[in-house]
Structure formats: C-alpha cells, structure tokens
Design a binder for this molecule. Structure first.
Ligand code: HEC
Ligand code: HEC
Ligand code: HEC
Ligand code: HEC
Ligand code: HEC
Length: 170
C-alpha cells in the first residue's frame, strides 16, 4: 500500500516536473527573447510606478518611422539627483559624463527589405501595447511578437489597412 502511494506520488511529481519544464519552454518559445541590457533599465519603475508616458522617452514614435531611444539628457533630468548611489545609475552617469552613448541591445528589429513606420500606426490609434505587449509590467523588455509577415498582414486585414505587397516592400 505504502509503496503504491510512494510510486503514485513519484510518478505525479515526475509528471509535474516534465509539465513544468515543457510549460516554461513553451512560454519562452512563444514570447521570444529578453536580452540583457548594458544598464538594467526597468520599465516597471518608469512606465509602471512613475507612469511616465511612453513618448516621454520614445519621443519620435508619433513623428517618424522610428520610435527612437531616449538621449541620456532625458535620464539625467532625474538621475542627477535620484538614486545616484546605485550601481546602475553610476554606470549611467559615467556614460553621460564621458559622452559615450549607451549601446542598448535591440529587441524588435525588422529585416532591411521591410518598410515600417511608427508614425502611421500611432496616428491611426494603434496602441504600443498591441505590438509590444504590457511593457509597463516588464522589468526587462521581452519580445512578445515574432514580427513575421503573417502578423502584420492579419492585423491589416482586420483593420482594413493596405495589404498590397508594395506597402511593406518598396
Ligand atoms: C521622471 C524621472 C526619471 C527619469 C526621466 C528616469 N528615471 Fe530612472 N528612476 C527614477 C526613479 C524615481 C527610480 C526609482 C529609484 C528608487 O528605487 O528609489 C528610477 C530607477 C532607475 C533604475 C533602477 C536603479 C536601481 O538599481 O534600483 C535605473 C537603472 C534607471 N532608473 C535608469 C534610467 C535611465 C537609463 C533613464 C533614461 C532612459 C531613466 N532612468 C530616466 C526616475 C527617473
Ligand atoms: C524613462 C524612459 C522610458 C520610458 C518612459 C519608456 N521607455 Fe521604452 N525604453 C527605454 C530605454 C532606455 C530602452 C532601451 C533599454 C531597454 O530595452 O530596456 C527602451 C526600450 C524599449 C523597447 C525595446 C526597443 C528595442 O527594440 O530594442 C520598447 C518596445 C519600448 N521601450 C517600449 C516602451 C513603451 C511601450 C513604453 C510606455 C508603456 C515605454 N517604452 C516607456 C526608455 C523608456
Ligand atoms: C503596429 C505595430 C507597432 C506599434 C503600434 C508600435 N510599434 Fe514599436 N516597433 C514595431 C516594430 C515592427 C519595430 C521594429 C522596427 C524596425 O526594425 O524597423 C518596433 C521598434 C520599436 C522600438 C525600437 C527602436 C525603433 O525606434 O525602432 C521602440 C523603442 C518602439 N518600437 C517603441 C514603441 C512605442 C513607444 C510605441 C507606442 C507609442 C510603439 N513602439 C508602437 C511595431 C510597433
Ligand atoms: C495591430 C495592428 C497592426 C499591425 C500588427 C501592423 N499594422 Fe501596419 N497598419 C495598421 C493600420 C490600422 C494601418 C493604417 C494606418 C492609416 O490608415 O494611416 C497600418 C498602416 C501601415 C502602413 C502604411 C500603409 C500605407 O497605406 O502607406 C505600413 C507601411 C504598415 N502598416 C506596415 C506594417 C508592417 C511592416 C507591420 C509588421 C511588422 C505592420 N504594419 C503591422 C495596423 C497594424
Ligand atoms: C503589412 C506588411 C506586409 C505586406 C502587405 C506584405 N509583406 Fe512580405 N513581409 C513582411 C515582413 C514583416 C516580412 C519579414 C518577416 C518574414 O519573413 O515573415 C516579409 C517577408 C517577405 C518575404 C521574404 C520571406 C522570407 O522567408 O524571407 C517575401 C518573399 C515577401 N514578404 C513577399 C510578399 C508579397 C509577394 C506580398 C504581397 C502579396 C507581401 N510580401 C506583402 C511584411 C509584409
């Protein structure tokens, strides 16, 4: 009797572990990579707790093709006085003082043969979250979409936007 219970428990435990590993793998596979950044910048603090608008830092999202990375002046507006003793802020300050831009690792990038423009989408009222997920809840940015052609085209079909090849392939 005891042996059977132990065997069932063991099997259950083993089964659960396999499920857990498979689940984690699936999640990772589904959601794509979240590369480490040269400075551990938390969107959770800035876009989450502080509720800064996305365009406070990505100032060009509504104005040009690229959303753009913020200049270090934007950061230093606060970090000349906030959390200056922290390691990550010391790194940030060194970059600023030595006029060395931070080389952020790109998370979302299309191949060169595809034409994309933030401006058109932002102007049409497509929210950042539709394409980038719940960024304010991400400590480290994780890619939530594969950026494959089918993804672009299926939203264009739903929203009545152009599906001509030449729209995205100039
Ligand atoms: C509006 C003010 C403001 C701006 C602009 C701002 N930050 Fe912050 N940042 C904060 C506050 C407030 C915290 C939380 C500090 C704390 O935990 O006490 C913080 C925390 C951080 C942390 C985490 C520090 C740690 O180790 O706990 C990093 C890294 C950071 N900011 C980097 C940046 C970078 C890079 C930029 C520019 C792209 C930036 N910040 C722009 C206000 C700002
Ligand atoms: C305080 C400045 C700040 C604010 C506010 C902010 N971001 Fe960022 N964002 C950054 C910095 C710095 C990076 C580069 C480092 C990184 O990837 O974490 C970045 C990276 C990103 C990336 C990845 C870009 C790529 O492909 O490499 C996306 C997507 C993004 N932000 C979306 C958003 C959205 C959506 C919001 C609003 C919910 C937002 N950000 C608010 C500073 C900010
Ligand atoms: C229709 C989908 C879509 C929407 C909406 C969207 N993005 Fe993007 N975003 C992308 C794609 C696709 C890329 C990669 C572009 C490339 O490689 O040319 C990207 C790249 C980025 C980058 C990396 C640097 C850059 O400028 O290309 C940042 C930062 C970013 N987006 C922020 C935002 C913010 C902030 C918003 C909302 C104001 C937003 N995005 C809305 C699809 C979108
Ligand atoms: C969540 C929905 C959504 C996704 C995802 C999306 N788009 Fe769009 N796209 C739109 C809408 C809505 C418009 C129409 C904007 C307008 O009417 O000005 C548009 C317009 C465009 C335009 C301008 C069309 C023109 O007539 O000049 C281009 C280029 C474009 N999208 C490329 C892309 C590419 C490339 C991707 C994938 C990487 C993509 N879009 C993903 C919703 C989306
Ligand atoms: C709304 C934007 C959009 C439209 C419309 C679009 N494409 Fe694409 N296409 C993409 C994106 C994004 C990629 C790159 C990602 C990928 O390979 O899926 C791509 C990739 C491709 C590739 C390369 C595939 C590969 O495996 O390398 C070909 C070929 C292609 N498209 C042909 C077409 C043709 C033909 C049409 C018209 C029937 C078309 N596309 C319409 C966005 C679009």
């Amino acid at each position: 009797m005891k042996k059977t219970i132990v065997a069932i428990a063991a099997a259950g435990y083993f089964g659960l572990s396999v499920l857990a590993v498979a689940g984690l793998w699936f999640l990772w596979y589904r959601t794509g990579p979240a590369p480490a950044q040269p400075i551990a910048f938390p969107h959770t603090v800035h876009a989450g707790q502080l509720r800064l608008p996305c365009t406070h830092c990505h100032a060009f999202a509504g104005k040009s093709r690229s959303a753009g990375a913020p200049p270090l002046e934007t950061c230093m507006g606060c970090h000349k006085t906030i959390a200056v003793e922290r390691e990550e802020i010391r790194k940030l300050t060194r970059h600023y003082e030595e006029k060395r831009p931070v080389r952020w690792v790109r998370v979302y990038a299309l191949p060169d043969f595809v034409y994309f423009s933030h401006k058109r989408h932002v102007k049409a009222g497509v929210e950042c979250a539709m394409c980038h997920g719940d960024v304010a809840g991400m400590k480290r940015i994780r890619r939530v979409n594969e950026l494959v052609m089918g993804w672009c085209v299926s939203c264009h079909a739903v929203r009545g936007a152009s599906r001509d090849c030449a729209t995205c392939h100039k």
